[in-house]
Design a protein around this ligand. Structure first.
Ligand code: VG1
Ligand code: CO
Length: 544
């Protein structure tokens, strides 16, 4: 079949952010917009010619149309085989699993993750390399550069592929396989966790849980694993049917957007365990009875208890956390005598460390936790890890975390997000801080003395690549920190994220309300950054 060569001109701003290219749906719907970006992937990722591509998305609005376009472009660009998820749907961690398991040359994932979906909401696309992880900056920069010069793309004319039937078909010379990714992913989970112990916990009759799939991609995976393989009660999975608009909500597993689950785990009738994941299934939130596990703590607890899960019984080689994530994991690494790495925000920075075997576990404060089993953060994996701990320890979530704090101390932690801020004001705020930074060390701010203040840069220990301007860190002598950075996943204006952390060794002081415990540092951050004066905001939009 002859491929058509279509003339095109570059679009501004096709630069991937923290995790791929994310824009409003109507931006992607412009003629040639998606095609230009996809052609830039094929032009720069030459291993895909003659190779195998994994393709799927989180099922949001425009997913199906985009899949059909990418399939016809893959055929025109000599990709020999495409593995596409049934219905065009693949969770991000399942895509990573499939890329690795079938030794493919990479994958294209269509997702805007936790951002809302629908005709006037968000869409996204990203490329994952053959190791299964999000493309490193060298690759995303090459793709971006190509989008700035692109003048044509290739596509074949063909009828749409039936995405709803498992099976094979040909599109030109390209073999398209519609696969059921749930089984491969579930098998991987069964190889890592003690399914017998979790099954026994579920059948004990004394344990009640819910998993909130938030009408996003994990529903089918969670139903198969939790209800079918592990014998959890039917209806353990709530909002389990993926919808194009996620039921009109933000598929963002935090205390604000997963409030239904929060209510189920609070009060007299509270469940023992609640968990949720996001639009594309890579994030997780873990709740106990009247208890919220901060993602930074979750990473630390999993690291400290890793050997209780069969997949990690040999122990861990090291851990990594993104820079704004609390230092709770650092203390565990120190106790275990393993390395702890501090990387910029975004999962792509963990890839080399995982590939080199330097780390086994990694995580981000933004509800992301994962390990070397795939190269993405993995929501259900984290939930199963917690279930494995609960089943083996026979303690409540709160008991496990409190015991952890008694041993390692507590890192009080919060993140304040100011969304949809005027971009010029946000840039001005960051510039103001850059100017302030050199004068801060040694200064006394309230009860806190500044130990260091910098514009975080990271040199990858494996390939020596350098990532600059990854956020502003202000560290105090007692180990407390204020971190500020602008989001790289938003689609409207700027989002300012302010991260606050304070260490408390004394277990008599581990039960304070978080916002109260951190109030002095929160105030210092607001004043230093002149948040109100520069953005007009007196309160954050989201507090996690
Ligand atoms: C946010 C989080 C970051 C995460 C990224 C992608 O990025 O802070 O930790 O890796 O989202 O997560 P930003 O630049 O908006 O702060 V997901 O679940 O969107 O793939
Ligand atoms: Co996500």
């Amino acid at each position: 079949m002859q491929a058509s060569v279509i003339s095109t001109t570059p679009f501004d701003g096709q630069k991937p952010g923290t995790s791929g290219l994310r824009k409003k749906v109507n931006t992607f719907q412009q003629p040639h917009y998606l095609e230009n970006f996809v052609q830039a992937i094929f032009d720069t990722q030459i291993k895909l010619r003659g190779g195998t591509l994994v393709l799927g998305g989180d099922g949001r609005f425009y997913n199906r149309e985009a899949i059909q376009v990418i399939l016809r472009m893959a055929a025109a660009n000599d990709v020999s085989r495409v593995l596409v998820g049934k219905g065009g749907i693949l969770s991000t961690p399942a895509a990573s699993c499939i890329i690795r398991k079938y030794q493919t040359q990479g994958g294209i994932i269509l997702s805007a993750s936790h951002n809302p979906g629908g005709p006037s909401e968000d869409f996204g696309i990203k490329f994952n390399i053959d190791a299964g992880g999000p493309a490193p900056e060298s690759v995303t920069n090459a793709i971006y550069e190509r989008t700035q010069r692109i003048d044509q793309y290739q596509i074949i004319e063909a009828d749409p592929v039936d995405l709803d039937q498992i099976g094979e078909c040909r599109l030109g010379e390209t073999q398209v396989q519609v696969i059921d990714p749930v089984a491969d992913y579930a098998d991987l989970m069964a190889s890592l966790f003690d399914f017998d112990a979790i099954q026994a916990l579920f059948s004990s009759g004394s344990f009640r849980m819910r998993f909130d799939a938030m009408h996003a991609v994990t529903g089918p995976y969670a139903i198969e694993i939790l209800e079918h393989r592990l014998g959890a009660e039917p209806d353990t999975v709530m909002n389990g049917i993926p919808l194009e608009d996620f039921g009109g909500d933000h598929p963002d597993p935090n205390l604000v957007h997963a409030h239904e689950l929060v209510e189920l785990t609070s009060g007299a009738e509270a469940l023992d365990f609640g968990a949720a994941s996001d639009g594309d299934g890579d994030r997780n939130m873990v709740l106990g009875r009247d208890f919220f596990v901060t993602p930074s703590d979750s990473l630390a607890v999993l690291a400290a208890n890793a050997q209780l899960a069969p997949g990690y019984k040999q122990g861990i080689s090291g851990v990594a956390r993104s820079m704004p994530t609390s230092q709770a994991a650092d203390r565990v690494a120190e106790a275990l005598g393993v390395a702890c790495f501090e990387t910029p925000t975004g999962w792509k920075f963990f890839g080399n460390l995982l590939d080199a075997g330097k780390i086994t576990l990694c995580g981000e404060e933004s509800f992301g936790t994962g390990s070397d089993h795939v190269r993405e953060k993995d929501g259900l994996w984290a939930v199963l890890f917690w279930l494995n701990l609960l089943a083996v320890k026979r303690q409540s979530v709160a008991e496990i975390v409190r015991e952890h704090w008694r041993r390692f101390g507590r890192h009080y932690y919060t993140r304040h997000d100011y969304e949809g801020v005027d971009s010029t004001a946000a840039d001005g705020l960051v510039k103001h801080l850059y100017i302030l930074l050199p004068s801060l060390p040694g200064q006394q701010l309230g009860d806190f003395k500044v130990a260091f203040a910098d514009d975080f840069a990271y040199t990858d220990p494996i390939d020596g690549s350098v990532a600059k301007h990854q956020g502003i860190r202000i560290g105090f002598e007692d180990g407390s920190r204020i971190v500020l950075r602008l989001s790289g996943t938003g689609t409207q204006g700027a989002t300012l994220r302010v991260y606050i952390e304070q260490y408390e060794a004394d277990s008599a002081r581990h039960d304070r309300p978080v916002q109260e415990a951190l109030a002095p540092l929160i105030l210092i951050a607001r004043e230093l950054a002149q948040i109100e004066a520069r953005t007009g905001r007196t309160e954050p939009d989201v507090i996690t």
